[in-house]
Design a protein around this ligand. Structure first.
Ligand code: C5P
Length: 251
């Protein structure tokens, strides 16, 4: 890690239960090709020369288990630390950020649930931050048309409008940030939470926090293999992608 911050640190929020995937182990510990999703995700980050440190936010009651798991998969060539995550993704990221040494100037945040992100995406995001973008997200165009609805669980949902598909992007991770920017927006969100009053809706990604406080976020090309493993079918697709990679080379 150098003092100019040219090397990035990555935070991996991995403390979610992953209930949409069905019953079983926490999502990050579910296996893909015999290896936990979290191990794939950490390896994907560690493969990037831009990343010098990976901080994993583990379930609070599973820190020792995650440390043992990472050790048992030989992830010892990079600096990897494990901290206790929080009750929300946002809190897990904040706790991970707090474990990054002061001199690191670039932070990537990557979901444990995106095990197959290609190293080119990690490199491109880190490079864009290094080039001066304060907040960078990888994204892909949408295949489906998207409609905004008035939620009505269990019943028909009135359509409010249809955003023009060509202007929409599905956002992935790792998202990259100038460290000071990310620390500042997380601190502001925490201050608002603890001040009480009308709570802002929870953000589902870190770039969303930067946007909330008026910062600029830019998009770089993502990759179809950086998809998030959320539902059972995603695991089937991930197994197929992994099998194809293993057949193509000694992955
Ligand atoms: O729920 P979702 O799929 O958006 O979760 C995205 C990522 O955030 C996952 O990697 C999950 O483990 C993580 N997370 C977390 N702490 C929580 C909830 C989710 O680290 N309390």
């Amino acid at each position: 890690m150098n003092a100019s911050g040219a090397v990035a640190a990555a935070v991996v929020p991995a403390a979610g239960r992953g209930e949409r995937l069905g019953p079983g182990a926490p999502k990050a510990l579910r296996e893909l090709g015999g290896v936990p999703l979290l191990v794939h995700a950490v390896r994907a980050l560690a493969r990037s020369r831009a990343v010098g440190l990976v901080v994993v936010a583990a379930p609070a009651d599973g820190v020792a288990e995650v440390v043992a798991l990472l050790d048992s998969h030989g992830l010892d060539d990079k600096d990897i630390r494990v901290v206790a995550g929080g009750a929300t993704r946002q809190e897990s990221v904040r706790l991970g950020l707090a474990a990054i040494p002061e001199e690191v100037g670039i932070v990537l945040v990557h979901d444990a649930a995106r095990p197959l992100v290609p190293v080119e995406v990690v490199d491109a995001v880190a490079a864009a931050v290094r080039a001066g973008c304060g907040a960078v997200v990888p994204a892909v165009p949408l295949a489906d048309t998207v409609k905004r609805v008035e939620p009505n669980p269990g019943g028909p949902e009135p359509v409010v409008d249809t955003p023009e598909r060509a202007t929409l992007r599905a956002v992935q991770t790792p998202q990259g940030f100038d460290r000071a920017t990310l620390v500042e927006v997380h601190a502001k969100a925490l201050a608002e939470e603890t001040a009480g009053g009308v709570a802002a809706p929870p953000v589902t990604d870190d770039a969303g926090l930067v946007e909330r406080y008026g910062g600029t976020v830019v998009v770089v090309p993502g990759h179809e293999e950086a998809f998030k493993v959320t539902r059972p079918l995603d695991l089937v697709l991930a197994e197929a992608v992994l099998a194809r990679r293993r057949a193509a080379d000694a992955y």
